[in-house]
Design a binder for this molecule. Structure first.
Ligand SMILES: NC(=O)c1ccc[n+]([C@@H]2O[C@H](COP(=O)([O-])OP(=O)(O)OC[C@H]3O[C@@H](n4cnc5c(N)ncnc54)[C@H](OP(=O)(O)O)[C@@H]3O)[C@@H](O)[C@H]2O)c1
Length: 330
């Protein structure tokens, strides 16, 4: 039997809507063309932007079809390479970025979208590093976090925030992270000063930062700009939630220069994670068949670290989340 006769599965939606529009669809096994690679996906992260696209929030900005695939993050094993691909061979362990297609058992991507997976990097971390890591990396860069700065990051325990706070700290900043009280221990373990969001937050931040705040990265949205202004942060060193959304939209549908940037940043992040300079907590690891439940969990907006789909989980009980286990002990 030739490979084209084989089939595989991908997550698709035919119309905009809630998680109920997500379906597992049998598709023909894709074949790599010149410069491309066929990857068997082992883990793939999920992101809010994917939910927003599926809900139709960006219908005017992102073209979708009636068999729309999704997913940017993945890690897996190369199972075939197209003509001209010399940098990766069959059986190579990789992570990478895909154009709205990684929530699938098999994907074809350009070889230039792949990074060799450091051996010590766990699959689920490798598979969820891309979009959250890229957003975190670029936002920390854009507000020019440097040695001696005091930086506030909102939703600091979430998928993007938890990487931003660590990257900011690596640059020598003092980092204040907003979160609920249940995440205080998690942030403290990372060397971050936690502060509860909500009424009175300005006073709480000022107490933690008597010399002032230099930069503010707002992931969550709502009144971030007003808070940053009240804290005296220069507008050029404030990053809004809308700015992050635009960055993510550009990242998932990249032009050539952005695509190269994506791979370069992912290479750097993979090494930082492998060296444990950045630790990515996976607090929700869902078997692939539970993709709707995984998005339901994410959309509650109280994830700690990343939520990941596992294409080869040990058993369906892995749907029990690490944070549920620890919260149950409180
Ligand atoms: N991707 C986008 O386009 C985009 C753009 C802008 C903003 N956002 C939003 O940014 C947030 C963080 O992004 P993410 O990808 O890191 O998502 P995530 O992993 O779902 O982040 C969840 C985190 O948000 C925190 N949170 C919940 N309510 C909050 C509030 N009122 N103020 C501050 N933090 C709060 C939670 O902390 P506790 O559990 O401790 O409450 C949790 O740690 C998400 O809610 C997302 O909707 C996304």
């Amino acid at each position: 039997m030739t490979r084209t006769a084989l089939s595989t599965k991908s997550v698709q939606f035919a119309e905009f809507g809630g998680v109920e529009v997500l379906e597992f669809v049998d598709v023909r096994m894709p074949e790599p063309g010149p410069g491309e690679v066929l990857v068997e996906v082992l883990a793939a992260g999920i992101n809010h932007i994917e939910a927003y696209i599926r809900q139709g929030q960006f219908a005017d900005r992102i073209e979708t079809s009636n068999h729309q695939t999704q997913g940017s993050d993945f890690a897996g094993i190369v199972i075939a390479v197209g003509n001209g691909v010399t940098q990766f061979k069959r059986n190579a362990e990789v992570l990478g970025h895909a154009r709205m297609s990684s929530h699938a058992y098999h994907i074809v991507v350009k070889a230039t979208s792949l990074v060799a997976k450091p051996k010590q990097l766990p699959w689920e971390v490798a598979g969820s590093l891309f979009l959250a890591g890229l957003a975190a990396h670029d936002l920390v860069d854009q507000v020019r976090v440097g040695q001696g700065d005091t930086v506030v990051v909102s939703a600091a325990a979430g998928g993007v925030g938890s990487i931003e706070i660590q990257l900011a700290k690596l640059r020598g900043a003092t980092v204040i992270g907003t979160c609920g009280e249940r995440n205080f221990d998690y942030l403290r373990q990372l060397g971050i000063k936690p502060v509860v969001y909500g009424d009175g937050m300005i006073e709480r931040i000022e107490k933690l930062a008597p010399d002032g705040v230099d930069a503010y990265i707002d992931n969550f949205g709502q009144n971030g700009a007003a808070l940053a202004e009240e804290l005296g942060v220069d507008a050029k060193r404030f990053s809004s939630s809308e700015h992050r959304r635009d960055l993510e939209l550009e990242t998932i549908c990249p032009d050539e220069a952005t695509e190269k940037h994506n791979t370069d940043v992912l290479t750097k992040l993979a090494q930082l994670a492998a060296d444990r300079q950045v630790s990515v907590l996976i607090s929700g690891y869902y078997p692939f068949g539970f993709v709707r439940e995984a998005f339901d969990d994410l959309e509650k907006r109280h994830a700690r670290g990343k939520i990941v789909l596992g294409m080869k989980p040990a058993h369906s009980l892995s749907v029990m989340k690490a944070r549920d286990v620890s919260d149950a002990r409180d």
